[in-house]
Design a protein around this ligand. Sequence first.
Ligand SMILES: NC(=O)c1ccc[n+]([C@@H]2O[C@H](COP(=O)([O-])OP(=O)(O)OC[C@H]3O[C@@H](n4cnc5c(N)ncnc54)[C@H](O)[C@@H]3O)[C@@H](O)[C@H]2O)c1
Ligand SMILES: O=P(O)(O)OC[C@H](O)CO
Length: 320
Amino acid sequence: MIGVMGAGAFGTALAVSLAAKGPVVLAARTEAQAEDIRQAGEVARLPGVTLPEAVQVGAGVAALAGCDIILLAVPTQKLRAMLMDAGGVFDAKTLVATCKGVEQGSQKSPSQVIAEVCPEAMVAVLTGPSFAADIARGLPTALTLACADRAAGKALQEALSVAHLRLYRSEDVTGAELGGALKNIIAIACGAAVGAGLGESARAALMTRGYAEMARMAEAMGARAETLAGLSGFGDLALTCTSEQSRNLRYGLALGRGETFDSGVTVEGAASAPAVVARAEALGIEMPITRVVVGLVSGQLRVAGAMDMLLSRPLKEEKC
Ligand SMILES: NC(=O)c1ccc[n+]([C@@H]2O[C@H](COP(=O)([O-])OP(=O)(O)OC[C@H]3O[C@@H](n4cnc5c(N)ncnc54)[C@H](O)[C@@H]3O)[C@@H](O)[C@H]2O)c1
Ligand SMILES: O=P(O)(O)OC[C@H](O)CO
């Protein structure tokens, strides 16, 4: 049976989608939250989406004990604690990370955190352009399913594909995860530029040079260039930087307009950017857009200063 840990927007959307194939367990954090969801028939973070009967709502990791494939849909910065509290339930399971970020402090990706805490588990990653509200409504998209083990990847591709979700297989877990984490940061930069009134040309320039930063880091970390050009990289960058459904873009828009943003909203790019800059420094690579996003998020930079920093860099040849 398939289970989903995290009854937020994305975990719920995945559970609703996969319910087309059979029963799915959706695990909320606490019994009180699970009961609220059962009573309402929907999840607060995904309003208007009625849970089908095939979605069984449970509480905590214990609810997932009978599942062999578990999708992990908690924010990246909460992943380690959640796994460490699992008391062995996740050992020897197939764990599919759906979170898009880099852990603060360790600078590790979700799959690396899983491998460290649950060394017996088979680890995979599901990522790519997908707004929870879209896929929960059955709107189509295509995603990357990355797993270093080819046979396990093929089995997961079959198990997790549904009519409106076309999964492409990859063995490049590093590249798939980097694309998902880094595009969020570039989307914040785009939002800040547009929010400050700098225009659509600036957005396109930031997306393009942001992609160059993503590709540079991917190369330095041994990922494949094709992965970055695929759904998990270019595909998700295009979606997140251009749609106001994106929380990362909306957060950037608020920064650019000088408005406050609800601190309870999950903004993975803001949480991950300092760890990405630290990793870039260790690797000796330049990531100027990511760096100014760190300054904007911390409040040390304003958009005008950030743009001055980017535009006054030494002139160079166009390449990654
Ligand atoms: N929302 C989207 O459209 C979308 C799409 C693709 C990927 N993602 C990724 O999915 C991840 C989750 O995003 P989201 O949109 O679902 O966020 P969300 O804020 O809607 O939900 C996060 C959920 O995690 C739960 N949670 C936190 N700590 C927990 C713990 N220790 N145990 C159990 N549950 C815990 C929270 O209670 C909450 O329900 C992020 O990394 C995000 O980048 C989101
Ligand atoms: O709302 P965001 O910015 O977290 O983006 C959601 C997904 O990652 C888009 O693919």
